[in-house]
Design a protein around this ligand. Structure first.
Ligand SMILES: Cc1cc2nc3c(=O)[nH]c(=O)nc-3n(C[C@H](O)[C@H](O)[C@H](O)COP(=O)(O)O)c2cc1C
Length: 531
């Protein structure tokens, strides 16, 4: 950490800790979660781009989790995943080169960089490379995947408190920026509290608590337990900075979670992936080209607008070229003359798709993590749209990393679909078969998933959370296969939880929006859900 003195030279200043540190970065209340293959630079910038200047001061973002040993030891890994300047990250000293993407003080701060590790020296080595470009380094203690079990990191350190203490303490004592940690809850409030106390006593400046246990993943994800976070809040010293994580499906949940848990900030992963505007307010000026205004208050940002903004960020930063000129987004009443002859028929689309797949010809496209994540992001952003427009889903499935023509084609199809839908809605007597029907089942007959959808669902051209069935619903439908004993346990637990709170979460991409013939790019990886 440095500050300029009167002669303009940079002087090291004392490292802040805990609440003083939190306040020094603007006391952020909204936090973009660390997400492997998802919370890379372009997505963070997209999320920040929807906030006005004042609100953006309250947003903190995490990088995806990096593997400390590989990051510290392998220059290529650093270059592939972390690009603070255009130079290779070979020195631990702050580069004098112009800031570029990750941690750029003008567009990507505050930023925490997350690592998984189990050895203090390896964690410190990796952390020292990123420290000049971020506000803190976070230790992942939540990854529940098999890969973390095999590597002995993430949530599988829950039984190895000595290693956790040593790693955090080493960074606390030796790293130039503060260290933070992200943990899952344990079986009981008392054990969770002891665990949290140990992490904090080692020197963690901020503790993020994901309100799910290690075994709650995939179809067994279920509901995060905010009461456990409240218990920590009530039993830890008041100066402890806590972030609550889990169950944030839309912007309305942010305040609810803050109130229920008493946390300082809330972190969103899946909610942010389905709706990168989750932390935003409606546009300050009435803007129907970007925002859908619904009479019952169920408005939201249009997916075509978000898609455009996202792809334009990719052009600007990952590809360093100007985005194509685009006409304003459509609203009913606009002239469509300029679109004549531009309609992408499914036949034409098919023939384009059947040609030899176009790969990103530029070497950079294979390296840039923002480009690699594009297809996965679009599947999540467009999930409601592509579940009814399967031609768009198939076209998206055929895109490859860096294939900007392919992504432009998908964008054109999305814009066309939204245009048609908006025209249908604007036409009072026109046929509206393809528009979403409101549920006709009575509230008593609704499944927990339907109850949640009644609150959160939007028309398919509007960003919205994905509602995954609860474990007991997944068991009933056959999506979750487990032993009879385990099924009874899950069903009993979940029924009790959902009676008071219908909120659920999604976890991974589901088979419906990611066709089986797809590339490895959109297939969920074992390491995807890591916290
Ligand atoms: C695609 C994906 C990738 C994730 N990667 C990470 C990660 O790198 N590090 C981490 O601590 N948690 C990771 N997580 C877990 C989230 O940070 C978060 O703890 C979890 O999804 C619960 O939050 P949510 O209910 O808002 O989704 C990931 C989750 C998802 C969906």
């Amino acid at each position: 950490m440095a500050q300029a003195n009167l002669s303009g030279e940079s002087q090291p200043c004392a490292k802040l800790f805990g609440r003083a540190f939190y306040e020094s970065i603007g006391s952020p209340k909204m936090i973009v979660a660390p997400m492997v293959d998802r919370s890379e630079f372009a997505w963070r910038l997209l999320t920040r781009s929807f906030l006005n200047e004042e609100r953006s001061k309250s947003l903190l973002a995490y990088t995806p989790m990096f593997h400390a040993r590989l990051f510290g030891q392998t220059p290529r890994v650093r270059d592939d995943y972390f690009k603070p300047t255009k130079e290779s990250l070979t020195s631990k000293k702050k580069s004098i080169a112009t800031p570029w993407m990750d941690g750029n003080p003008k567009i990507d701060r505050p930023l925490f960089v997350q690592f998984c590790a189990n050895k203090p020296e390896e964690l410190l080595e990796a952390a020292e490379y990123v420290a000049p470009y971020c506000d803190a380094v976070d230790l992942n203690l939540g990854c529940p995947q098999g890969i973390a079990r095999a590597g002995h990191y993430g949530a599988f350190l829950q039984e190895d408190w000595a290693s956790i203490y040593k790693m955090i303490n080493k960074l606390h004592n030796e790293l130039s920026v503060p260290v933070t940690a992200k943990m899952r809850i344990l079986e009981t409030p008392e054990k969770t509290l002891d665990y949290a106390k140990m992490i904090l006593s080692a020197g963690a400046s901020i503790l993020t608590v994901h309100g799910r246990r290690r075994e709650q993943k995939g179809h067994n994800t279920g509901v995060a337990d905010w009461s456990m976070i409240r218990y920590l809040r009530d039993n830890l010293p008041p100066e402890t900075v806590l972030f609550a994580n889990g169950n944030i499906l839309n912007s309305g949940d942010v305040e609810a979670c803050l109130a229920a848990t008493g946390a300082d900030g809330i972190m969103s992963a899946e909610g942010n992936l389905s709706d990168p505007t989750i932390f935003a307010q409606p546009p300050e000026q009435h803007n129907p080209r970007e925002y859908w205004y619904d009479t019952d208050g169920k408005g939201g940002y249009r997916v075509d607008a978000v898609f455009r903004r996202y792809i334009d960020i990719i052009y600007t930063y990952s590809l360093e070229k100007a985005a194509p000129e685009r006409p304003p987004l459509y609203i009913p009443g606009d002239s469509t003359e300029h679109l004549e002859g531009k309609k992408i028929s499914s036949d034409e689309n098919q023939s384009v798709n059947n040609k030899k797949r176009k790969r990103g010809d530029d070497k950079k496209s294979k390296l840039d993590p923002s480009l690699k994540a594009m297809q996965g992001h679009l599947f999540q952003l467009l999930r409601p749209l592509i579940s009814t427009h399967t031609d768009i889903r198939d076209t998206l499935a055929r895109t490859r990393c860096g294939d900007m023509d392919g992504f432009e084609r998908v964008l054109a199809m999305v814009e066309e679909a939204v245009r048609n839908a908006l025209d249908q809605v604007a036409e009072p007597v026109a046929s509206k078969e393809s528009l979403p029907e409101s549920e006709t089942v009575s509230e008593q007959e609704m499944t927990p998933k339907q109850k949640t959808e009644a609150i959160y669902k939007r028309p398919w051209w509007v960003c919205q959370p994905y509602i995954r069935p609860l474990p007991e619903e997944a068991i009933k439908s056959g999506a979750l296969k487990i032993s009879r004993k385990e099924a009874t346990k899950i069903t009993m637990n979940e029924v009790t939880e959902t009676e008071s709170d219908p909120i659920q979460r999604s976890d991974e991409l589901d088979g419906q929006s990611t066709p089986s013939h797809n590339t490895s790019n959109e297939t969920p990886k074992a390491a995807l859900v890591c916290g």
